[in-house]
Write a protein that binds this ligand. Structure first.
Ligand SMILES: [Mg+2]
Length: 180
C-alpha cells in the first residue's frame, strides 16, 4: 500500500487552533487522497472541504435536534419525578435506564421490518421508519439532558471514519479484515 499523501493545512485552521481544531487537522491529515472506495475520485482537497463544511452543518443539526427533543420531553415533565419533584438525573442509573428505552425502539423497528408493518400512530409511514425516529428522538433527548454535543461528536466521528485505515478496502479484504 502506498504512503498517504499529506495535504497542507487549510487557511481556516491556521493560527492558534483550539484543541478541537487541532484534533480535526490531525484527522484530515490522515485522509489518503488516493483512496477511492467510498466514491472519492482521488480529490483529497474536495474531500477535506466536504468534511469541514459537513462538520459545521452536522454540529448545528445536532444542536437543533437536541433542543427539540430534550426541550419537548423536559417541558412534558419526563426529567422530573412527578411524585417527589426530584431531578431524574439524581439517580445514577438514569442514564442506563434511558439507554434501555432506546434499545426498545430499535427492537420495535426490527419487528416492523420483520412483519412489513405500517406504523399504528402514523399509519401512512412504515413502522420501522417511525421506530427509528423514536430511537433518534430518545437519543437526542438523552444527549440534551446530559449536556452533550452529539452533533459535534457525529461530525468528528464521520471525519475520523474517512481516515481510519481499517476501513480501507485493502484492509477489509485482508485476513482478519472487517467483513461488514
Ligand atoms: Mg416506538
Amino acid at each position: 500500500m502506498s504512503e498517504p499523501v499529506y495535504m497542507p493545512l487549510p487557511p481556516e485552521l491556521r493560527g492558534n487552533p483550539s484543541e478541537d481544531e487541532m484534533w480535526l487537522k490531525r484527522e484530515l491529515d490522515r485522509i489518503d487522497p488516493a483512496r477511492n472506495e467510498m466514491g472519492n475520485a482521488g480529490d483529497g482537497e474536495a474531500l477535506r472541504k466536504l468534511v469541514l463544511e459537513m462538520r459545521g452543518d452536522v454540529k448545528h443539526a445536532g444542536q437543533v435536534l437536541q433542543d427539540a427533543c430534550y426541550g419537548a420531553s423536559f417541558a412534558a415533565g419526563w426529567w422530573v419525578n412527578p411524585k417527589t419533584g426530584a431531578d431524574m438525573r439524581d439517580n445514577p442509573m438514569c442514564f442506563s435506564q434511558k439507554l434501555c428505552l432506546i434499545h426498545s425502539e430499535i427492537s420495535e423497528a426490527m419487528e416492523g421490518d420483520r412483519k412489513s408493518l405500517m406504523d399504528d400512530k402514523l399509519p401512512h409511514r412504515p413502522m420501522r421508519e417511525v421506530e427509528l425516529a423514536d430511537a433518534v428522538i430518545r437519543i437526542f433527548d438523552l444527549a440534551g439532558a446530559y449536556g452533550m454535543d452529539l452533533g459535534g461528536a457525529i461530525a468528528e466521528k464521520l471525519a475520523f471514519n474517512q481516515s481510519r485505515p481499517d476501513h480501507k478496502l485493502a484492509a477489509r479484504m485482508a485476513d482478519g479484515g472487517k467483513a461488514y
